[in-house]
Design a protein around this ligand. Structure first.
Ligand SMILES: [Zn+2]
Length: 101
């Protein structure tokens, strides 16, 4: 399970900035570049968000609390952990947390 989380973290590590962005001559396609930037920022943002969850899961693992819902303390099902190893909550608490947002 630890190895699996480690792999998730490795896969999700933020990528270095796109070198194509630096020093392109002429601004004729600046609008296009901007759109590309925004799109890749969104992708990196989503990856970083998930990385945050994975790191939090690793911290819970260290604390011996991994695999338990942070809200109700119930053990998460193996199915749930397989589908989402970084899950912090059981399905019902997750739904409550998301609808409370
Ligand atoms: Zn719960």
């Amino acid at each position: 399970m630890v190895a699996e989380l480690d792999r998730s973290v490795a896969t999700l590590s933020p990528e270095p900035p796109d070198p194509d962005d630096a020093g392109s001559p002429g601004d004729a396609d600046a609008g296009l570049d901007l759109a590309d930037n925004e799109r890749s920022n969104a992708v990196v943002g989503a990856a970083q968000e998930q990385l945050k969850h994975v790191r939090a899961a690793l911290q819970r693992l260290d604390a011996g609390k991994y695999g338990r819902c942070v809200d109700c303390g119930k053990e998460l099902s193996a199915d749930r952990l397989e589908a989402k190893p970084e899950a912090a909550r059981c399905m019902s608490c997750q739904e409550k947390a998301e609808s409370a947002r």
